[in-house]
Write a new protein. Structure first.
Length: 95
């Protein structure tokens, strides 16, 4: 018997609309257009799949010298009185 949470996770694994094209974009040329597309993908997947947060800002800065993207995501957690949260990370292709 599948519990509701297990069923939901199983359904997401086979849902073609779940996730985003980040992996594909990491192998594109590092430029403004790729950074903008990556930003749009991150915003879209968070807005569609994470109802517990209110996304306030996504910043993607291409680092041309090192061939990577610096990403900052700022959001508010819905339902609690807390300051804005910030997540920073680097995306780089692995070959």
């Amino acid at each position: 018997m599948l519990y509701p949470v297990q069923y939901k996770i199983l359904c997401l694994l086979f849902d073609p609309d779940f996730g985003c094209a980040v992996n594909r974009l990491l192998f594109e040329n590092i430029d403004f257009f790729t950074a903008r597309t990556l930003k749009d993908e991150i915003e879209s997947v968070i807005r569609l799949n994470e109802p517990r947060v209110d996304l306030t800002e996504v910043v993607v800065i291409p680092n041309y010298d090192e061939g990577l993207m610096d990403v900052t995501i700022k959001y508010l957690i819905i339902g609690i009185d807390a300051t804005a949260q910030q997540l920073q990370f680097v995306l780089l292709p692995t070959r």
